[in-house]
Design a protein. Sequence first.
Length: 414
Amino acid sequence: TWGMGGVQSPLYTTIEEGRSCTVSDRRGHVHVVTGPHKVARLGNKIVPLSPVVANEVEYLIVKFTDGHSEVRPGPCSLLQHPVEHASITRHAATRITEQEVLVVYRRDPTRDGVGTSTTQGSVSSALQHAIDIVHGPAMYVPQTVSEWTHEFSWTGLKGFGSTTMFPNALVFTKLSIAPQKIYYDAEKVRTKDQAVVTVKLTVHYEYEDIAKMVRSSNDPPADLVNAVAADVVEWCITKEFSEFTASVDVLGTLEPYKHLLAVAERLGLRITKVVLRTHESSAALQKIHDVAIERRSDLALKREAAEEEQRLVDMQFERESARVAKKATLDVAQLEGDIALKLRGIELEEDVKRAIGGPLQNGTDTMQQPPPEAPLLGAGNMVTAAAEEEERTAQVESSCGLWGCVAKSPPPPP
């Protein structure tokens, strides 16, 4: 007949090639028999064995009856010995992508017993472990059963669209090292004039030292959120609501986040930027603010209209002043021209007078005889002489004309 370990007969059991069985004799000795082999059934207990197989992405953990354990990476196959092995279990290797890491605690023999002590003060035999960062892409298989991976339990959002942070919302073992971001809403923040506002932010950060982060905090997102909340409250409490709305864009820079930057440096992180998504206030306060905005806009339009009107008046005044100045310049030039003409007329009159009174009636040269001395005239005689001179000039001009007399007058003596 056929059995699980091979072909069975009343006297013998044939173990086929590739199969194995445990054989226990009457004295209690147990040994493993691998086919092809024939084993007598009389006095022996034959139990077939099934191999435990691990492929390329699996590994085996073998626990021995003496207490130690081994890790056998795949591909491999192993039979569980009834005496030597306590158990053999198969496990899947951990897949790590390009942007993921595993934080692994591995035994460090050089630090065993260092820095540990019992309650009685004596040094214990504790096995010290060191943090090892396993980067992807890789298939992670533990080197020994004494090592383990770090399990992260962080504060985060639950569900899509949620804005409330919950502790232990994110539980994982593979850490994504791609640039990360945290959505945080600072609610019920009061300004200097007791206005209640909500500031919605997004904090972007990167990992610089993962081992430092693991040693420094169990929940880095919670530490970052608390630091951001402290910075927002500290910035808003010093400003009134009008100042807050006028300078709220500053919250979209790294300038006001001193606590956040300090905490990030302590955790081995780097804050790349903080994005201000929006800010909100109560409906009543927002209505008052909208009315104030409309009033300020109306006043601004009126001020611009008044300024434009004043600029128009100033332009008209400047143009009028320029015209007045130009007219005054023309008047001055015309007056100067009139004066010049009058002076030329006086010069011509003097020339005419000299031309008329030059030759004498008796034909003698007046230039050869000295003129008679003019008598001294008083003020009254001077007026009379001037009047007579003007009358004589008018008679000459009316009788022969100015240029005709000049033409008829004899030439002056040589």
